[in-house]
Structure formats: C-alpha cells, structure tokens
Unconditional design. Structure first.
Length: 470
C-alpha cells in the first residue's frame, strides 16, 4: 500500500491550462477511499465544512480539471494513511518515507497555487476561493506532518504513565490491536483507537483509568465486542480501549448468605472477561441455570451483559441481567471503585418486587476499604415497560450505577449472579405470528402468565368463561 501511495503522489504534473473548458473531465471521487465515508465527509474532516461548500461551488462551475484532481489526490493520500494503522506505523518508523510523502503533497499544492497565480486576473472572486482552498489544504498537510512526531511522543508518555499500572505488553499501539478494536458488531468505523489496553487483573483497571485521565484519553470499555449499539466504537482518535477479556476469574457454584434471605442462596461470581457460555456451563454442571443467555453467549462477556442488561430466551422465566444480579464491582470515570449489592433479592423478576434496594459502596484505592455507602431504592415496576422485557430508553434507572448504561458510567470488572433450579420438565412450544413483531411480545407474556397460574387456576378460569358464554 505504501508503494501505491508513493507512486500516486510522484506522478508528473501538467501545468497551466487544464482547468479551462466546460467539458474538462472532473474527478468526483477521492482516490484510495475504500471506506464508507463520502467525499463530502472526508473534505469536512480534513478541511472543514465551509471548505466543502466552497469546493462544491467551484465544482458546480464545471471549470475544475487538473487542479481539482490534484487537490483530491492530496486529500486521498492523507485519508488513506489516516484510515490505515499499518501505514501509520510504517511511516512512523521510516522518517524518510514520511518526508517523501509530505514533499509530494506540498508539491501538488504548490502546483495548484502556481496555476492559480497564472490565472489570477481572469476572475478575482474565483481566484479568492481557490486561494482559500489552497491555504486550507496546506494547513491540512501541516497537521498531517505534525501528527507523526506528536503520536510518537504521546505513545512514549503513555507507556511511561500506564506502565505504572500494568505490564508494558498490555499496552498495544500496533495496527492489529487498533484495527481489531475500531468497531463492534455494528461494523461502524468512526475512529481508530490510539491505544488498546489489556489489564491482567481486576485491580489494574482503576490505575489504568487514572492514567488515561492524566493523559487526556477518552476511555472506551470493551469485552467481547458483540454489541449492536456502537457502544464499543471510539469516536475520537485520542481514545483508549480498555479490553477486559483477560479478567477471567470464575468461581465455582457457591451457596452464600445474602441480605434479606434467611437461607443461603446459590450464586456464581465471574470476572468481566468471562465468556457467557462458560458461566452457563459451570451452572449446568451443578444442575442449575444461569439465566442470562443472549444470542451472543459464545462470544459475549459478563461485563457487557451487566452493562447492556442482557437477556435472552430465559428472560421469560427469570428476567434479564438486572433481575439476576446479586452484586457487581466497577470503576467510575473518576477512577473510583464502586461496589453495588442488592439488599432484598426476591430470587425472581425484579419488577415483581414492590421496591428493589441496592447498597452502593464507594471504596478506597485499594478496592476493599469502604469510604461511604448510599442506599438506592427503585420501584420494581420502573425496570420494565408494560409488555416488554426491559425499558432500553431508561438509562438512568434512578441512578443505579453500571446496569444498562452501556459503559457510560464506568467499567464493570466483576459480578455475582443468583442461579436457578431447572423445572422438573421442559417442553418446547412453537408459536407463529403474523403481522407486526411488536404485537408478538405482549402475546408471549400473556401466554406465560396464563401458564404460571397452574392447572387449578386455568381450570377455574375455563369454567368461568364457559358459564359466561352459556
């Protein structure tokens, strides 16, 4: 790819005269643009919105020929490097290649300026517009040239600052790491992250967040990357993706005493990076059920399940993640530890409880000493919309941290869930619906409610219906 770029920028340039004439060919596409960004979006990102309007006006005059083509080639060369971490690494490691590509970019702009000056008397208004575009493109080249030493300096500082909190091998700037973390399952590629971090333990996460704050990096939490909301997609080139996949601690099935219950409750404790399927299998080996089973169970992780309030097929019986969570730990954007514990777990669906009570403990830097405790009481009905499994529009949830926030208020590091006993018999029911999908959900809920009433209640209801009909 470097060869293609260098060959393209080294093409001989024809001078004055090619701009004239209404029938002169126009280049409508920026070269090397293999991305989903349009020409308009690229020009706006590199030059600015006003310059796109200006360029569009000049192209509308149908007098843009070689000068326009050279300008687009300049933008294309900058764009292909900005959108390819492998090219960036190659140029960063080869100052001579850096100098060559920058020299070629400046040569093209100089040729455009030369042509502008040669035709400056013909149309002063158009001349001023072209001069403005030339100046804007020159500034873009300046920024492009400056980006390499700036990036190298920030990488050096990042290694030093974050190296206090994790092993240097867990701080990744390479092309593979950045390409692998530019998007989630949405395939929405906005910006490549500046660095990808892989903490070895839960205890390292707080320090990494603190270091990112010091460096001025935007933090993006990420687990399995299976989300369809774009929540793991960096939106700024100065972003640090903290990948929790190495937080793989998984307890066995444990019966523990919990607040508000007289008898011990069967639970399991998992690090944020544990794949959902592993937790499900651990529960199944003990004849139990882990109720959170999203479609992505073979790839999604526990931290994402909490942050997204994941559900799945079993949600009809036991609810989504929030219904089954007993406690969880997280690091806030201020690099503080928080531990949240359900105080009155009903071992069922949370919306069946009149009130759900949570103790929110703020912990010291060591992650164990309690600094303060706050109690949050949420009416159970607030967690659901009528006829729906969860209310995805309510991100606040009365201030309850972590759950359904998609990583916006912190990084989940571990969670403990209650487990359930499988019913003595399992039967598969196939339902076929016609019409709108939204009409099927209330129907499924109603069928489930009917079956939950038990044979006696159903028999009584059937008799009552029969009598009424008579």
């Amino acid at each position: 790819m470097i060869g293609a770029v260098m060959n393209a920028v080294a093409e001989p340039v024809v001078s004055v005269g090619a701009d004239a004439g209404v029938d002169a060919p126009r280049l409508r596409e920026i070269p090397y643009n293999y991305t989903s960004f349009s020409d308009r979006e690229i020009v706006i990102r590199l030059l600015g919105a006003d310059e796109w309007t200006l360029l569009d006006e000049l192209r509308g005059e149908r007098r843009t020929g070689r000068s326009a083509r050279m300008l687009f080639e300049v933008l294309g060369d900058i764009w292909v490097v900005e959108r390819n971490p492998y090219l960036q690494d190659d140029l960063t490691d080869n100052p001579k290649r850096q100098a060559l590509i920058v020299e070629a970019l400046r040569h093209r702009i100089a040729e455009i300026e030369k042509r502008r000056q040669a035709q400056s008397g013909a149309d002063p208004d158009r001349d001023a517009k072209v001069a403005r575009l030339v100046a804007s493109a020159s500034r873009a080249i300046d920024r492009f040239e400056a980006s390499f030493p700036e990036t190298a300096a920030l990488r050096k500082r990042t290694r030093r600052v974050l190296g206090r909190h994790t092993h240097r091998d867990n701080i990744a700037f390479d092309g593979l790491a950045r390409v692998s973390h530019v998007t989630d399952a949405t395939d929405w590629r906005v910006e490549y992250p500046f660095v990808v971090l892989y903490p070895d333990t839960e205890d390292e996460v707080r320090g990494l967040v603190e270091g990112c704050i010091e460096l001025g990096l935007t933090i993006v939490p990420r687990g399995g990357g299976t989300g369809y909301t774009g929540g793991a997609c960096p939106l700024t080139p100065r972003a640090a993706v903290i990948n929790t996949e190495k937080l793989e601690r998984l307890s066995g099935v444990e019966r523990i005493a919990i607040p508000g219950r007289a008898e011990p409750v069967t639970t399991i404790d998992a690090g944020a990076g544990v794949v959902t399927r592993r937790v499900m299998e651990a529960a199944e080996r003990e004849g139990l059920v882990f109720a959170v089973d999203p479609t992505s169970a073979d790839a999604s992780c526990i931290g994402g399940n909490v942050a997204m309030n994941a559900g799945g097929k079993k949600a009809v019986l036991w609810g989504t993640a929030v219904d089954n969570l007993l406690s969880w730990r997280m690091v806030t954007p201020d690099a503080e530890w928080i531990e949240v514990e359900r105080q009155d777990h009903n071992l069922g669906k949370i919306h069946d409880a009149p009130v759900a009570t949570f103790a929110v403990r703020r912990l010291a830097r060591d992650g164990t000493s309690v600094i303060s405790t706050e109690t949050i009481r949420v009416p159970g009905a607030r967690f659901r919309k009528e006829g729906l499994g969860k209310d995805v529009t309510d991100k606040f949830l009365e201030g309850l941290p972590g759950v359904q926030k998609e990583g916006c208020d912190g990084i989940i590091t571990s969670a403990r869930f209650v487990l359930h006993r499988m019913p003595p018999a399992v039967r598969t029911v196939c339902l076929e619906f016609f019409g709108q999908v939204r009409d099927s959900v209330p129907s499924i809920v109603e069928i489930k409610r009917y079956l939950d009433q038990g044979p006696a209640a159903r028999s009584s209801r059937a008799s009552s219906t029969s009598t009424s009909a008579t």
